[in-house]
Design a protein around this ligand. Sequence first.
Ligand code: GDP
Length: 346
Amino acid sequence: MESSRCPPEELRIRILSFDELRQRALSAYLESVAVPRSIRRQGRDRVRIMRYVLKCERVFQVVAAELGRIARLPRTTSMHPFYAEIANIASHGRFDEIVARAARGVMIVSKLWKEYRERILSSLTPAEAKRLAREFVGRTLSVARRSLRHAELLREAVKALRQTPCIDTESPLVIVAGMPQVGKSTLISRLSTAKPEISPYPFTTKHVILGHMEVDGHRIQLLDTPGLLDRPNSEMNPIERRAAAALRLLRAVTLFLIDPSRDSYYSIDKQLRVLRNVSEIVGVDNLLVVMNKVDKVDEGRLKSVEELVEEAGFQVKYRISALKGWGLGELVRGVVEELRRRGLLA
Ligand code: GDP
């Protein structure tokens, strides 16, 4: 297993649909071809036969090149498990199978071309060469169709991977979890030394942020995991499954943010259910429960929410206001301590 820090570079390709590839192959076939002078000396029929050879060669090259590009994609087994999971969620677990199918396609069309090249070259008449050329193009396109059967899933996977931020698996990571609207991105923006990298993460329709903070000369990454809702793993949509993949597969300290306000977007009850789900994924010991938005909540309310958190089996470790910057120094110190305790920071 490679501990690649980023989605693999080779994924920066656009995958054609079968229709697009067929279009390209057919236009390559229809383009005019120049027959070498040496052949022209052999008479008109040879020239016409040779034209079919050259046209078919172009079709072969277009199809083999496209399938070859897919075949050279890295398999999920060579990716960091997190990126492998992102690829599999988007491709319904078929990423490697689709890549292997393209690799087989390249072999089959190469064999076909070898065979038809000989046969077209040995044609006795241009009419025979034309018939064979058409047969070759038809068979090649049918191999391409089969090879690209699930290409749209692959395209989705490549897109999802490309949009996944480059998480440095060698440097410490803090995952900020919690339901929508609790203040995750506000907190990351607030803590980040540089402007956080905002990418159209596939976790959600909302943009995700990967921030960085410098503490004691260490660069600590902060990752938002939007999309967490209160439902069992079996009912999760791809957005939630990706968030769960980050929690499960990236070594990190997880902050779980709770919005205690009376007008919070999701009830405390729902937030606690998600807290329970998250703790099942990362383990209670790897989780710090943080009460955000304390600037807009009175002490009585805070206390009663904290009691509910305790009844659920957790403890609020920090009270902060991401918006006003309250309590953040203490939170950062706590995070650093926790990273050290977990051996994630020297
Ligand atoms: P996310 O969906 O968890 O990333 O939440 P956002 O960071 O987008 O915040 C949701 C809303 O809560 C925004 O309107 C923020 O301005 C607001 N918000 C975030 N943190 C605080 C806070 O500490 N206090 C108050 N009063 N509002 C906050």
